[in-house]
Ligand binder design. Sequence first.
Ligand SMILES: Nc1ncnc2c1ncn2[C@@H]1O[C@H](COP(=O)(O)OP(=O)(O)O)[C@@H](O)[C@H]1O
Ligand SMILES: [Mg+2]
Length: 335
Amino acid sequence: MSVRERLLDRYGSIKLKLGVVIVVGVLVSDVAAVAAIELGVPLIPAGALAAAVALGLVQVLARGLTQPLREMAQASRELRRGRFHVRVSDTRRDEVGELARAFNAMAAELAEVDRQRRDLVANVSHELRTPITALQAKLENVADGVEPADPETLGVMLAQVERLGRLVEQLLDLSRLESRAEPFERRPFAVADILEAAAREARLHAPEGVELRVEIEGDPVADGDPERIHQVVANLVQNAIRHSPVPGEVRLVGRSGDGTVTIEVVDQGPGIPADEAERVFERFYRPDPSRAAPSGGAGLGLSIARWIVDLHGGRIRVEEAEPHGCRMVVELPRD
Ligand SMILES: Nc1ncnc2c1ncn2[C@@H]1O[C@H](COP(=O)(O)OP(=O)(O)O)[C@@H](O)[C@H]1O
Ligand SMILES: [Mg+2]
């Protein structure tokens, strides 16, 4: 900040600054006029001289006022070209400083959105490539006659196609949720029905030895879209089964509380460490591969679950189960 700007920055508002500039201008022009007349300059040239001096001074002082605006205009052009790292100086205390701070916050936000977009594209490409590569290798082997097209080989290929299908389904879900193209149909529904249905479906593909138990306390009735909540619960149960020891038990608990209905999915697996309790809800987040359960998904399930629960005005979080295991807690508005 130049001396000139610092001089004016004592005043916290543009109005005051302009006032100061005008008063100083008028004073200087008066002094100049009086001095010129004293020196014997005729009235009209003296007036013109005083006006010129005042104008020059205002030019100099006002530059400090408009400089940051010019800087912001330049920075906006940079933003438009996709250079989201530009920042403007935002140390002034007046309205222009306020605008500059808002501008910088907006630029930071844009930079973050841009980073997320890049990450998303990179992650999606990576997730799509893995099954496609595996599928291609198998197909090439079959085409070259290296491997027979027997049920086993076809089964491996089918699993990859299924994985691709699931991934695309989840991506569509995410984009629909983010654009809110699909409004929720809210209505009161019995939590017990959802949990029973989720448990029934999960039993079909749970490994032998993993028991699913539904526990209902009271008569919890939630207000929301039962289809979507079912999707959330199914996702949680799938994770729980995948991390459950064999033999083991996965509990689906429903209860009603103060203004909320709580759904819990509890397993006896290794649980989620506290420092990852928030990160698991990020898109594509999977903890270090050595700990991840095999045949995991793309790391989208929990981020979709959080979107759905958030849109309901509810909350979802991870807790530790006793003595060990993962407890997923979903709170929804009560009917
Ligand atoms: N019940 C659980 N027990 C232990 N870890 C879990 C559990 N549920 C989720 N996680 C961890 O959170 C990560 C993200 O879960 P999710 O978003 O459902 O992705 P995905 O199931 O596709 O890996 C999982 O990769 C897993 O490491
Ligand atoms: Mg999952």
